[in-house]
Design a protein around this ligand. Structure first.
Ligand code: DAT
Ligand code: MG
Length: 138
């Protein structure tokens, strides 16, 4: 079987805080392979497709506004069970309570910032990964 791939995004807070290198370092240190990478200033159309599962939720508008507030770094990352594995590296959604040792737990901030400023996105299933990789690496 071909090796599994996932979409990782370094969100605008991660890019603005110059954490792209630290996040990629953790991905590479784990043994995952960087297959493609690009800096993208996403527009609303791309973000609406990316976050279509969250449309209508109370946090959807602030989330999209945040994601279009600055450039993001999109990465195509490959590895054995990388979809689940990267989400373990990232930690739980809310950085306030994400475990130490994870990207969100070690680097995420709780200075009254909204939970959407949690540094990274990782696809959550093989279906999501295929759909999201096609969007960001069209
Ligand atoms: P994850 O990024 O851990 O996969 P998700 O897919 O449930 O989380 O949500 C997408 C993003 O939306 C998440 O990274 C941050 C934001 N978000 C999720 N739940 C939220 C909430 N209850 N309040 C504010 N933002 C939220
Ligand atoms: Mg998600």
């Amino acid at each position: 079987a071909p090796v599994e791939e996932t979409l990782v995004l370094v969100k605008p807070d991660g890019v603005a805080r110059s954490l792209t290198g630290e996040i990629l370092r953790r991905i590479e240190a784990k043994g995952y392979q960087l297959v493609d990478i690009r800096l993208v200033h996403a527009d609303r159309d791309l973000l609406a497709k990316h976050y279509e599962e969250h449309q209508g939720k109370p946090f959807y508008e602030p989330l999209v506004e945040f994601m279009e507030s600055g450039p993001v770094v999109a990465m195509r990352v490959a590895g054995d069970r990388v979809i689940e594995g990267f989400r373990m590296l990232a930690g739980t959604t809310d950085p306030t309570t994400a475990a130490p040792g994870t990207i969100r737990g070690d680097l995420g901030r709780d200075w009254g910032l909204a939970v959407q400023q949690n540094l990274v996105h990782g696809s959550d299933s093989q279906e999501s990964a295929a759909r999201e990789l096609a969007l960001w690496f069209a």
